[in-house]
Design a protein around this ligand. Structure first.
Ligand SMILES: [Fe+2]
Length: 126
């Protein structure tokens, strides 16, 4: 078992993986298969976003690295250096990337209670 081995990932060497929502891609960095907790880089191209109001099955945290990413219903805009926290079960969205945006995203458990309708693949929900 290598469970306690240190791991270093050069995120610039990883490919962006497209999700089934147009304009959204990600680089999965870490995942706990037992709890569903995860850390990923996510990228929204300008004009893309999550189209519907929704909630998550765990606490969600995001740190904005680049761009402008807005929760349109609450007028919250993440800009470089912003830290965002959405508590488990709290409705949020829709969202709009006003610029190409890169966010480091954390979930402390599963992302969604059920598969959101804006994804056509279940693998996009993790
Ligand atoms: Fe969300």
């Amino acid at each position: 078992m290598f469970r306690f081995r240190e791991i270093l990932v050069q995120t610039g060497d990883l490919e962006w993986l497209d999700k089934t929502l147009a304009g959204l891609s990600h680089k999965p960095l870490w995942r706990n298969e037992e709890t569903g907790a995860s850390i990923s880089l996510v990228r929204f191209t300008k004009g893309s976003g999550i189209p519907l109001r929704h909630s998550h099955a765990s606490n969600q945290f995001m740190f904005c690295i680049a761009g402008r990413y807005t929760y349109t219903s609450t007028k919250l805009t993440l800009t470089p250096g912003s830290f965002y926290w959405n508590p488990k079960g709290c409705l949020h969205g829709p969202t709009l990337a006003e610029e190409d945006s890169v966010l480091l995203e954390f979930y402390d458990g599963p992302h969604y209670p059920t598969q959101p309708e804006w994804y056509s693949s279940e693998s996009d929900t993790i």
